[in-house]
Design a protein around this ligand. Structure first.
Ligand code: AMP
Length: 529
């Protein structure tokens, strides 16, 4: 019996971090500030400041396994938190600033976050939920340069008060390094906890030549928020290979992004279809205004990328590449690169391939399961996509197994809730979603939650909220309402009623009044009808 002689070397983010000053010290990291000015520094500066932040957190009593929350846009200080928190064994918990203040408070309390790092420009949002949470320390990043208000810790003072000279705590590759909450179909968000190992291997999967082909020659601009599925893992992948990184800060409108892409010579970027549709619109309404890097890769995911959009960008020599994933899958699951065997296809056939979600990335195993059992990969047989792999979650944070039952199969696969076909070549195509969620501009809206909120109105007897296709946001909620006996509620009053509790983007665009709702055989609302 021969035993391996290889070293037992842990796969941790500390290794990725420690490479940066030695190998990529002079490479730049550029961030757009709230006033639109550009903050620039190098990986060496990033390294030095991140060491200080890590040291300061240790001094503040942060221990292994402690969750540290961030409420931040995409910029250098968030990248510092992305590494400083995991390298001391703590857990980076990114809060989604687009959620309702109630949901954010629920998530903070459920995760038991002790410390918050927040952008000064997001303090008004923090004010809306601070009474419902109790952080030991709230550290404010003064992005605007204005003095940090009384009662808060100034991020710059916090990190400058220490030397950055500390010993790394012992970290096992299976230790937690980050957590993200995902919207549940029923009720509350659920926490997915990533490990150093899962995050590192995910980064390797992401940078591979047939995946993003990310390298130190790239200039990477992640538009996808660092508070949504870790910006698809890009800050870790970009740092692994030493790419120049460009962060848009709070400016996500098409013109600001295009200006930044042009000025910093971006070669690869990533975001949801809504963002790319806005960019396409801006490019087509201002011909010749922006000189972008020819062939710039634009990774798209979060919702299906419409084929016409992929075609339209090709005309501008910008290459849209489709990917699929979920918070539970770190998130990259499939990636759409065309095999050489498809070279002989017609243009139209190639486009229809490029609109598919793609091939499973190495180490992500996929299968299609219907009521009949596992389906063949024949491009026709539909079923739920089930996945497993080293960066796929196997449970949810603090969720009792009986409540997570329907998310996993007995033989240990994650049930994605996405209905797919897989063709003979192995390309996955999503055809439907089993979840009753609406995805508007990359963010989820729970139809169930809205239905319950509408039902709370005294003039309402029944309510169903459904997704309708939308040219900009991909999907928007539409409410179908049954008035209570003798009542005549108006769309205006229902909208006002919901606005008291939800942000504007979550409130249905339209209300339709009907006498009754169609029901399925088991008495559920028949939403497709
Ligand atoms: P989230 O956990 O918020 O990232 O959402 C994951 C879900 O987004 C998946 O289960 C899909 O329903 C949807 N999704 C992600 N990427 C795609 C895509 N490329 N095409 C269609 N739906 C997608």
């Amino acid at each position: 019996m021969v035993k391996s002689t290889m070293m037992d070397f842990p796969l941790t983010l500390t290794h990725i971090f420690e490479r940066t000053p030695k190998l990529f010290g002079k490479t730049e990291i550029v961030s757009r500030m709230p006033d639109k000015s550009l903050h620039r520094y190098t990986y060496r500066d990033f390294y030095e400041r991140t060491r200080r932040l890590a040291h300061a957190l240790l001094e503040a009593g942060v221990k292994k396994g402690d969750p540290v929350a961030t409420l931040m846009w995409n910029h250098y200080a968030h990248l510092e938190a992305y590494f400083a928190i995991p390298i001391i064994g703590a857990v980076l918990h990114t809060l989604n600033l687009r959620l309702s203040p109630d949901d954010i408070a629920y998530i903070v309390n459920h995760a038991e976050d002790r410390i918050l790092i927040v952008d000064d420009v997001l303090l008004p949002l923090y004010d809306r939920f601070k009474d419902k949470v109790s952080f030991e320390k709230v550290i404010v990043v003064p992005l605007t340069g204005k003095p940090v208000p009384e009662g808060y810790v100034d991020y710059e003072e916090f990190i400058q008060a220490v030397s950055g000279d500390f010993d790394y705590p012992q970290i096992d590759e299976r230790d937690a390094c980050g957590m993200c909450y995902t919207s549940g179909t029923t009720g509350r968000p659920k926490g997915v906890v990533y490990s150093h190992r899962s995050t590192v291997i995910h980064a390797f999967g992401e940078v591979m030549a047939d995946t993003m082909c990310l390298s130190m020659r790239d200039v990477l601009l992640p538009v996808v928020p660092m508070f949504h599925a870790n910006s698809w893992g890009l800050p870790y992948s970009g740092t692994l290979v030493g790419a120049k990184q460009v962060f848009p800060g709070p400016h996500l409108d098409a013109e600001s992004l295009l200006d930044l892409m042009e000025a910093e010579k971006v070669t690869i970027t990533a975001g949801v279809p809504t963002i790319w549709l806005a960019i396409l619109n801006a490019i087509e309404s201002n011909p010749g205004r922006w000189k972008l890097t020819p062939g710039m890769r634009m990774i798209v995911g979060g919702s299906a990328a419409p084929e016409p959009m992929i075609r339209a960008f090709d005309k501008h020599n910008l290459r849209v590449i489709h990917a699929w994933g979920m918070t539970e899958t770190s998130p990259l699951g499939t990636f759409c690169t065309l095999k050489p065997s498809l070279d002989s296809l017609s243009e139209d056939e190639k486009y229809s391939y490029r609109a598919k979600q793609g091939l499973p990335v190495p180490f992500v195993e996929v299968r299609v399961v219907s009521d009949r059992g596992e389906e063949p990969w024949d491009g026709k047989s539909m079923g739920e996509l089930q996945v497993r792999g080293p960066w796929i979650t196997g449970s949810y944070h603090k969720l009792p197994p009986e409540e997570a039952e329907d998310k996993f199969t007995e033989d240990g696969w994650l049930r994605t809730g996405d209905v797919v076909v897989i063709d003979e070549e192995g390309y996955v195509k999503i055809t439907d979603r089993t979840k009753d969620l609406i995805k508007s501009g990359g963010e989820w809206i729970s139809s169930l939650e809205l239905e319950n909120a509408i039902l709370a109105h005294p003039k309402v007897k029944g309510a169903a909220v459904i997704a309708v296709p939308h040219p900009k946001w991909m999907e928007r909620p539409l409410a179908v309402v049954v008035p209570a006996e003798g009542e005549k509620p108006t769309a205006e009053e229902l909208r006002e009623f919901l606005l008291a509790k939800y942000p504007k983007w979550m409130v249905p665009d339209a209300f339709v009044f009907v006498d009754e709702l169609p029901l399925t055989s088991v008495g559920k609302i028949h939403k497709s009808v």
